[in-house]
Design a protein around this ligand. Structure first.
Ligand SMILES: [Fe+2]
Ligand SMILES: [Fe+2]
Length: 351
């Protein structure tokens, strides 16, 4: 069974992209012009009619589309061109559930529509599941391309980043983690965990929209170099020996080389991929950087990365609880940035 879609019937196509984009975190939107037939087999979650409803062609088209949906199941949100008595009578005659002014902001149109189609809790889960799906596809595509020595598509990857922030902002970190736990692949699960933690942290410290995106992007991609680590080491069911650990540690430089070759990745993302295992006291790898040589962005991702690794299930040890994982982070003393660790702690408690 296909997922239900939102249908946006419009005679103002210049507005439709914004409304479709506002719906996108929760539901796919199909835009239909007044003269186009509806031929898609997907069921309708509901209809938004951005048309002049007093016109007979508009009324007729809306009525026909409503007949395609199960009565009562697919609400109709009508964007009204004016507030005349005739307009409201026509809106009533086609069974509009909600009438909004035509100039209503696209995100309000989307919120109104989704409030009708989904109970709040269900909507949050749907938003998170879709975000995980998009981010996961972006990440898997990148990992597969890296493994196969194919070129990396930066633009396609980018589409997976923003939904993570929306999902964590709307649904909270706890629900994000709940859903991420249900995935099997360890590298995939780990990257999604780190991305969710980074999103919660970026939201908590009040980063600008562009800084939030940068941080989550670099979190999602930080272990891309693991695509080049032999699977028998990557998926070893026990602890790595010294030789295997040496190979595993090359993933930072390998990931950096992959992104340099791909071109199109910003300097901050490259910095995170190369240096997320550096420690402030110089004990990290690959370059043994110390103190100020390690950027704040890298310090933040390092904290998210270690916390994620501690709470993950490993074949050779049980996952740690939240409190125990935080105690381990604090016990690392001068290796991690104390102020940023305090912010991280607040961010994950808050969410
Ligand atoms: Fe790593
Ligand atoms: Fe990692």
């Amino acid at each position: 069974m296909r997922d239900p879609v939102a249908l946006l019937l419009t005679d103002r196509p210049d507005r439709s992209a914004q409304i479709a984009a506002a719906l996108e975190p929760a539901v796919d939107c199909r835009v239909l012009g007044m003269d186009e037939p509806w031929t898609e087999p997907a069921p309708l979650a509901g209809i938004i009619a951005d048309v002049d409803i007093v016109r007979s062609q508009a009324k007729e088209t809306v009525r026909k589309l409503r007949e395609l949906a199960v009565p009562g199941d697919a609400p109709l949100v009508l964007l009204m061109r004016n507030r005349s008595a005739r307009s409201f009578a026509d809106a009533k005659s086609v069974g509009a559930d909600v009438c909004l002014a035509a100039r209503t902001a696209p995100h309000v149109v989307a919120e109104t529509f989704l409030a009708k189609t989904h109970p709040r809790r269900e909507l949050i889960d749907l938003t998170i599941t879709r975000a995980i799906g998009r981010a996961g596809r972006a990440l898997t595509t990148l990992l597969d391309a890296a493994r196969a020595d194919q070129s990396l598509d930066v633009d396609a990857f980018e589409t997976g980043v923003d939904p993570i922030l929306t999902a964590v902002a709307d649904g909270g970190l706890v629900r994000w983690l709940d859903i991420v736990w249900s995935f099997d692949d360890a590298t995939y699960q780990h990257c999604m965990l780190v991305a969710g933690l980074a999103a919660a942290l970026a939201l908590h410290v009040g980063f600008s929209a562009s800084d939030r995106l940068h941080l989550v992007r670099s979190a999602l991609i930080h272990d891309i170099g693991k695509a080049k680590i032999p699977l028998k080491i990557l998926n070893k069911p026990g602890r790595l020996d010294d030789d295997e650990m040496r190979i595993m540690r090359t993933h930072a430089a390998l990931g950096h080389a992959l992104l340099i070759k791909a071109t199109g990745f910003d300097a901050q993302t490259l910095d995170v991929v190369l240096h997320h295992h550096e420690m402030l006291d110089g004990s990290g790898y690959p370059d043994g950087l110390k103190g100020d040589a390690i950027s704040d962005r890298v310090r933040l991702i390092t904290i998210c990365d270690i916390y994620a690794a501690l709470i993950e299930r490993r074949p050779y040890r049980a996952p740690m609880g939240h409190g125990e994982a935080l105690r381990v982070l604090h016990s690392m003393g001068g290796k991690l940035d104390r102020d940023l660790l305090a912010a991280f702690e607040q961010a994950i408690v808050k969410r």
